[in-house]
Design a protein around this ligand. Sequence first.
Ligand SMILES: [Zn+2]
Length: 347
Amino acid sequence: MDNLLQRVKEIDIRQVARDLGFDIVQSRRMVCPFHVEDSPSMVFYPPPQNEFHCFGCGKHGDVINLYADTCQIDFKTALEELGTRYIPSYDGVRNKKNRKIDTKSIYSRKPLEEKTYDFKPIYHEIYENFRQFCLTQPPTESARKAAEYLRGRGIDDWTIRYFKLFVIKNYGLTNDFLKTNYSIEDLKGCGIMNEKGNLVFFVHPIIIPYYQDGRINYLQGRSIGNPPEGASKYQFLSGVPRSIFNIDSIKKLRQSTDIYLTEGAFDCMTLVKNGMMAVSLGSAKIFKKEWIKYFKKYKVWVSFDNDSAGMKGADDLVEELINAGILAEKRDWNKGFKDINEYFGQI
Ligand SMILES: [Zn+2]
């Protein structure tokens, strides 16, 4: 059956969770099996999205990931078992016994080892010298295209300077520069190089640096226009926990200041340029409890993209913030527009 994967992905994730023995509350939440908690932070996105996301530990995935990770089996085995169990026409592993999960033992397990990421001071230096190197390179065709693309998205020179955006003008030279100056271990450790030892921003020459306390602590790459097939528009660092874009700007504001929380970094930049206070998460699906502290005294307007993932993500985040005692509301002023940039481009 060629479309096994597709069909298994469509099995209602809440049904699978129930069959595994989990208690679903409020019809779409449950206590997360992947970290220790008392209140249910895991949220299900019903079909067609059919995914889960935990606002406590940040874990998310589809129905196969949920099954595989709670049963502690690999993806392929999970796929086979789900097919066998839920798809009548699939006769893969007929004899296999249905897996029964003892959810009590899952929840009473010792706290899972928190994978702590060790951010070394040299990583700031690598990111910052990477930027310096790119800035000093002579202009190239790809730099010209990048500038043109940014202008087309309403990102003007002021914005580029203010947010310190830069462009990889020559991939090969940049790769060599990094390898000549830093150990491959540190380059991989800071997420800028992949397993093969190459710069991760292969088709993402526009670089958005994330600053915290005045230092770059994260990088995000963007393709020029639509990415080549198989690649995504954005490239994030490999294996490095995300941080919040433009976080320094909201650290010392007055009580009750309006803060806009956007999905994309370009949306955030557009709002800032138009006089608003804004930060970006880089994705509608990633919010960590440890970030709550940055927003405590403000009024938060969640302004995600105007698509189903964005709208759903915004609803959940608003709920999450309100539960944490933060004044939060969804701001979908981009009604009829794809995102904030498009909205501002029209006025
Ligand atoms: Zn969790």
